[in-house]
Design a protein around this ligand. Structure first.
Ligand SMILES: [Zn+2]
Length: 247
């Protein structure tokens, strides 16, 4: 993801690095990665941290820029425990590692122009390493906003953060027949969209049984705005025309 020229790698789950390079968004490979944001510490959102740090341990990457990691409380402990297994293999050879644990309500400036990233609390139980799962709201200097739900059930924090955003990247993990706490099915996702009224919705984090469905149509039963079902390699751009936030 790029916000006003700041490149961000969000939730590097397994395979994220390979897909990032394949999609052409990181022509410098791992050298292009300077900031990584995590929503929570489940392996499907953080597994490629090991691959990234091991790649940076190799002598091949040239960048000497610090690698900045931001994530929920418990991130430092996760890294400590991974180092307990892998030791020096996870030490970047040329780059300093800056790890920052963030909490709901924090606001991270992105660059000098006024863009920001702000974590918010979502409903997704964490029973080890961390008790906090986050969504992220991004805002550029022109006021355009993208909200990433992370993994979550329907909750006030998500509805509030997503209210009137330009693009809502919303998890839709399950089918209506298989309700999983801490995740959304199409009916629940539709209710969130109807309440938050985003300019556009992209549905992501689809389990295989959900991915086989026409999720856009199912969410569209409750939400009249544009809804798309994300596929690997898709690229989305937030509209150049900022929407007015609802009163
Ligand atoms: Zn999760």
């Amino acid at each position: 993801m790029t916000v006003d020229g700041t490149s961000l790698l969000m939730d590097p789950g397994p395979g994220a690095l390979v897909r990032l390079v394949r999609c052409g968004d990181a022509p410098g490979g791992v050298d292009a990665i300077e900031t990584v944001l995590l929503s929570h510490l489940h392996p499907d959102h953080s597994g490629d941290l090991v691959a990234l740090l091991f790649a940076l341990h190799s002598p091949l990457p040239a960048s000497e820029a610090p690698l900045r990691l931001f994530g929920p409380p418990g991130l430092a402990r996760l890294l400590d425990q991974l180092r307990g297994i892998y030791g020096s293999w996870l030490h970047p050879r040329k780059r300093r590692l800056d790890v920052t644990e963030v909490r709901p309500g924090d606001v991270l400036p992105l660059g000098e122009g006024g863009a920001s990233a702000a974590p918010f609390a979502v409903s997704h139980a964490q029973d080890r390493l961390s008790e906090v799962a986050l969504g992220w709201r991004f805002r550029d200097a022109a006021g355009r906003s993208l909200v990433y739900s992370g993994d979550t059930g329907d909750c006030p924090g998500l509805r509030e953060a997503a209210l009137g955003c330009d693009l809502l990247v919303l998890e839709c993990s399950t089918t209506d027949e298989w309700d999983v706490p801490g995740h959304l099915n199409p009916t629940q996702a539709g209710a969130v969209c109807a309440a938050a009224s985003p300019g556009r919705v992209v549905l992501t984090h689809q389990y295989p049984n959900a991915a086989a469905l026409d999720l856009s149509a199912l969410v569209g039963r409750q939400f009249a705005g544009p809804v798309e079902q994300a596929r690997d390699g898709d690229v989305y751009t937030v509209s150049a025309t900022p929407r007015k936030e609802p009163a």
